[in-house]
Design a protein around this ligand. Structure first.
Ligand SMILES: [Zn+2]
Length: 207
């Protein structure tokens, strides 16, 4: 089976974590306040967290958007506390702010797994791996040469795959490209990602 760790357009053909709100239904969801909305939204009420919400996300920090960074940090931290309380892993959105996010991870003594989604900033690889954060690779792997080179350095037990907001490329295509670069069969890659899912989402039972 294919596992898509982060999508805004669930297909219901695979195991997918659909980012809420989405117009399509899914088996699993992530829910959180994106840094884009950190100005205008208050933090999610925990009673909203339904059983099929298995992750808090995408949440994080983004220095390329207008929202004041201190406000982003405030909302991010509040949601991290919820993720720790509810024991839900985080899908992390992080743009030009890894140092800050990493610092917060240490400061709050985060125990829940973090998945750095849409990873492309290859120079951050060592720091991200050292912080025990998992890495999710998206559709950029099909054309980003630097990311393709970097992928060979990413340990399989830290790897997830996703399509994010991309409607034009399927999760099968992402898997196929990654299996070629990693010199694995598609079957082997599926098994590795499946194991990562089970180890990361310990409370989730797959059918
Ligand atoms: Zn997304």
């Amino acid at each position: 089976m294919f596992i898509n760790i982060h999508t805004h357009h669930p297909t219901n053909k695979h195991i997918e974590i659909a980012n809420l709100p989405t117009s399509q239904t899914s088996i699993f969801y992530s829910y959180g306040i994106h840094p884009n909305e950190a100005d205008s939204t208050t933090v999610i009420p925990t009673n909203y967290i339904a059983e099929n919400i298995i992750s808090i996300g995408e949440i994080g920090l983004d220095k390329l958007i207008q929202t004041n960074i201190n406000q982003q940090i405030k909302i991010f931290k509040e949601q991290l506390i919820i993720s720790e309380e509810l024991k839900l892993p985080v899908v992390l959105h992080c743009v030009k702010a890894w140092n800050e996010a990493h610092q917060i991870k240490k400061e709050l003594n985060i125990q829940q797994p973090w998945i750095f989604h849409g990873f492309r900033k290859t120079s951050l690889l060592d720091s991200i791996l050292n912080s025990k954060t998992k890495i999710s690779i998206g559709t950029a792997i099909l054309y980003d040469k630097k990311l393709q080179d970097c992928l060979t350095e990413i340990p399989l037990n830290h790897l997830f795959l996703e399509t994010d907001d991309d409607k034009g490329i399927t999760i099968e295509e992402v898997y196929t490209k990654v299996s070629t670069i990693k010199k694995l069969s598609l079957q082997e890659l599926k098994k590795e990602i499946h194991n990562n899912f089970i180890n990361t989402f310990k409370n989730v039972k797959l059918a």
